[in-house]
Design a protein around this ligand. Sequence first.
Ligand SMILES: [Zn+2]
Ligand SMILES: [Zn+2]
Length: 132
Amino acid sequence: MKVQNFGENTLFVQDRIKEGDIDVPSIAAELGVSRTRVYQIIARLGHSMGQKYASWRCRQCGMAHRGTPRAFCSRHCGEKYYHPTLVCAVCGNDFTRKRGLVRYRYKMFAKQVCSIACRNALLASYARMKKG
Ligand SMILES: [Zn+2]
Ligand SMILES: [Zn+2]
């Protein structure tokens, strides 16, 4: 039977906070618990640690902040992370696209394009290259 050892987990998280390394996903992975659990532990520790709360970094801008650790320091940073601004490889326009789509849908081109029209232009240029 697996014993829920909350005490050791709490100590582990406390050490990480002291080191200023509050990367919740990696802590959760190392402990083999859910991220929610890690946040609960941090919240509990934060409650007793008061103002001595360690800093955490925003995933988008990398700025250090104090207080309850979050992935992003602001809504703006969250939006920027999930909708990064990209430059179209065909027309050079700035555009934003959901992060998931950036990674998967357009991976095959290894280039970012803003629209279907630009994608078609890119495909056409590849086709011309192939012909010689
Ligand atoms: Zn930020
Ligand atoms: Zn374009």
